[in-house]
Design a protein around this ligand. Structure first.
Ligand code: UDP
Ligand code: MN
Length: 280
């Protein structure tokens, strides 16, 4: 890899020896060219239920500018308001597929529902249409390149609040042994965000299916994991290590000041009025 300067201020490998991706640890031209040879089909699964359809336009417009430019991308928009999906001009080999799902009374239903509906859509449709799948929050805007360096068998993003924290016992993992998402004290690698993750379609299918199954089991036992699907995702990734870990460059937030080691914000989540956009 030819880079102008080597970064020494961040870790660029995990302790199970896979890349921890930061700006300055890869050559964007070289890595895009390597993956372009396979010309993978990339699916992006996003949910826009209820008032969240207002976020679709900025997500797609910015995605067209920065997300895997020149790659084959299909945005799968899961919504209960098909009529509110805006027209956005897409690049060549890029498409939108709208999938209708039921409305929800509680936002928790929506976030858990992502695992369920993604499981169903991958097994019935997406498995035939994509090589890689990403799951993303819709209240997000791309600000800079999000390229092929993000692709792997399973890629997860460090949560911006915890990435400097080495005390795993302070992570927001589910701690109650009654939940299937439970991670005991002393265990854990990182705390990952549930707002962006991706991987091979087969690996993503296994992941979402297991998280969905576990959430159903919890629900039968009248327990809901502390951070919903994020708790289940973290549990899964503890036992099925990601093949790439992405720095918080890949999911920052407009609520938080950008830290010195974040040289590039690739996606940032919008500030939103929770009382106005959520159903509860
Ligand atoms: N979402 C939705 N409708 C809702 C609540 C959530 O479509 O009423 C989807 C949407 O894709 C959103 C994601 O679930 O980005 C996660 O919820 P949210 O962004 O509100 O969680 P936060 O990032 O604020 O924790
Ligand atoms: Mn969000």
């Amino acid at each position: 890899m030819i880079l102008k300067e080597r970064r020494t201020d961040v870790n660029s490998v995990t302790n199970w020896n896979v890349p921890l991706v930061w700006e300055g640890t890869f050559d964007p031209v070289v890595i895009d060219a390597i993956y372009k040879r396979m010309d993978p089909r990339v699916a992006v699964i996003v949910f826009a239920i209820g008032k969240y359809t207002q976020f679709i336009k900025a997500f797609l417009k910015s995605g067209e500018k920065y997300f895997l430019v020149d790659f084959r991308v299909t945005y799968y928009i899961f919504t209960d308001h098909k009529e509110n999906v805006p027209q956005v001009k897409l690049g060549r080999s890029r498409n939108i597929s709208v999938i209708t799902v039921p409305s929800a009374k509680r936002w928790q239903e929506v976030v858990f529902g992502r695992m369920k509906w993604a499981t169903i859509a991958i097994e019935t449709q997406i498995v035939n249409e994509a090589d890689y799948v990403f799951m993303m929050d819709i209240d997000s805007v791309f600000h800079n390149r999000f390229g092929a360096e993000s692709l792997s068998r399973l890629s997860a993003v460090l949560h911006r609040i915890y990435y400097k924290n080495t005390h795993r016992d302070s992570f927001l993992y589910e701690r109650r042994p009654e939940s299937t998402a439970h991670i005991p004290a002393g265990k854990g690698d990182y705390y990952y965000t549930a707002a962006v993750w991706g991987g091979y379609v087969e690996d993503m299918y296994k992941l979402v299916k297991q998280c969905y199954t576990q959430a159903e089991e919890d629900s039968k036992n009248n327990i809901e994991a502390a951070w919903q699907e994020e708790s289940h995702l973290n549990k899964y990734l503890l036992h099925n290590k990601p093949a790439k870990v992405l720095s918080p460059e890949y999911l920052w937030s407009d609520y938080d000041a950008v830290q010195a080691d974040i040289k590039v914000v690739r996606i940032s989540q919008l500030v939103k009025d929770y009382a106005k956009v959520r159903p509860n």
